[in-house]
Design a protein around this ligand. Structure first.
Ligand SMILES: Cc1ncc(COP(=O)(O)O)c(C=O)c1O
Length: 445
């Protein structure tokens, strides 16, 4: 048995893989990674077209971040969260500096889901109210509260265990508008719907509206112009907080430090993770504005985690923020987005399956259909593996051709590291185009 086979056997026999039936799993066995490429134990190269889980924004194996982590490790890896450390304070300041808040504070967690849990908790304590409004087509993490907050159907198997107090609303899914509106004559009925739900639920019971800064794994459903502003206006009208989940849309992914900045809105709470440390060490953060922060001057914060403000993780976050700034990674996103749109315009001509192209910064998704007129999806929403049809072949082709990205239902995701060059974007999109050839026999204009 080769070393690779032994490692694979150990992985598959002794560990559980997320979200999957374990039988028959065939995970890519990755030995090392560099920039936007991964290399498996057989030396096969994969272009990382989704930054792993849309988190490795600065690319793999960045020497400056590696060095910072090693230096910190030699000084201090960890102390309990009641103690102060240099990286903790440094990262707190850097986060407030890049946040849209004039002042405020951060609470550090270990990732996105527990940051969402704590944001909900803080919103409930601050307002004294309990309900949280969120969208159906959203994902906020897999711990109980976060999973309850999301509408992603991965929660269906644990439906009887969910956290109470979450109220879902329909998304402003313009390609398939729930109210049958056309883009040109849209009357923003999506916002009227949210207002009616607020009234039905009683604003006196609602703590916050929680939505992603920009939509991600639910299909990059772009908010129409004015939507986020409309949400903020409703929150102001009914005295609710707004929480922007920037776990996926933050740290340059959507062309700004935080996705919500694309909409000229300042929320009350920002939830961050993923690109915060680009995956070098796990870390999440809840960033609250000054008035929320001040509440906890007198009221004890009812939150804690053994690894809150982990020194090594904070150092990784601090080093990543330096990389974003020093390499002007976020400034470069708009041009790459533009180039991606140009490539996609060509692909739309070539492949009848592309029904909709939704890209914000370097967070994008192709929505595939059988027929552009009827918009019948190429695989149904929440498709099981055996309902995926040709999408299974597309996914296999993408992997065989040496690309890692997500193919989910009738979506193909495009979210490479921000360090990607135009040539590499073309390289990746050529692979996707080749995979889409498999749909050319199934879909029609
Ligand atoms: C928008 C959003 N929020 C929260 C999470 C949960 O983050 P984590 O997986 O780090 O718990 C995710 C993960 O994909 C996400 O995309």
């Amino acid at each position: 048995m080769t070393t690779r086979d032994t490692i694979k056997k150990q992985n598959c026999e002794h560990t559980l893989f997320s979200w999957s039936k374990q039988e028959g799993l065939d995970p890519a066995m990755i030995e090392r990674a560099e920039g936007i490429y991964l290399y498996d134990f057989n030396g096969k190269r994969y272009i990382d077209f989704s930054s792993q889980l849309m988190n490795v924004n600065i690319g793999h194996n960045h020497p400056k971040v590696n060095e910072s982590i090693k230096e910190q490790l030699d000084k201090l890896a960890y102390v309990f969260p009641g103690m102060g450390t240099e990286p903790r304070g440094e990262l707190g300041k850097k986060l407030l500096d890049i946040s849209p808040f004039d002042s405020g504070k951060c609470f550090f967690t270990t990732g996105g889901a527990d940051a969402i849990e704590n944001a909900i908790k803080i919103a409930r304590v601050f307002t004294g109210k309990h309900k949280i409004i969120t969208k159906y087509r959203s994902y906020h993490g897999a711990t109980y509260g976060a999973m309850s907050a999301g509408g992603d159907p991965r929660k269906h198997p644990i439906d009887n265990q969910l956290m109470p107090g979450i109220v879902h609303v329909e998304d402003p899914y313009c390609y398939r508008c729930p109210w049958g509106q056309e883009k040109e004559s849209c009357k923003k009925l999506c916002l009227d719907h949210v207002e009616r739900v607020i009234q039905f639920q009683g604003p006196q019971n609602i703590a916050a509206i929680l939505i992603e800064g920009e939509s991600g794994s639910s299909g990059c459903i772009k908010y129409p112009k004015g939507y986020w502003k409309g949400i903020k206006a409703l929150a102001d009208k009914y005295d609710l907080l707004t929480i922007s989940d920037e776990v996926m849309s933050g740290f340059g992914r959507c062309g700004q430090w935080f996705g919500v900045e694309n909409h000229d809105v300042t929320p009350d709470i920002i939830v961050a993770a993923k690109g915060l440390t680009s995956g070098y060490i796990p870390l999440g953060a809840v960033i609250v504005n000054d008035s929320i922060a001040k509440t906890f001057d007198k009221t004890p914060l009812p939150a804690g985690l053994t690894y809150s403000a982990h020194a090594l993780a904070c150092k990784a976050g601090s080093a990543c923020i330096d990389v974003y700034k020093d390499e002007q990674l976020i400034d470069g996103v708009a041009e790459k987005e533009q180039y991606l749109h140009e490539i996609c315009d060509d692909l739309v001509q070539k492949h009848a399956a592309i029904g909709d192209v939704r890209i914000t910064g370097l967070l994008g998704c192709l929505e595939l259909v059988k027929d552009r007129q009827t918009k019948e999806p190429l695989a149904p929403w929440n498709a099981s593996a055996d309902q995926m049809g040709v999408m299974n072949d597309v996914a296999k082709k993408i992997r065989d051709r040496g690309m890692h990205t997500f193919v989910r239902w009738n979506y193909i995701f495009i979210a490479p590291p921000l360090t990607i060059t135009k040539e590499q974007l073309k390289e990746g999109m050529d692979i996707i185009s080749e995979a889409l050839e498999l749909t050319d026999f199934v879909s029609k204009n």
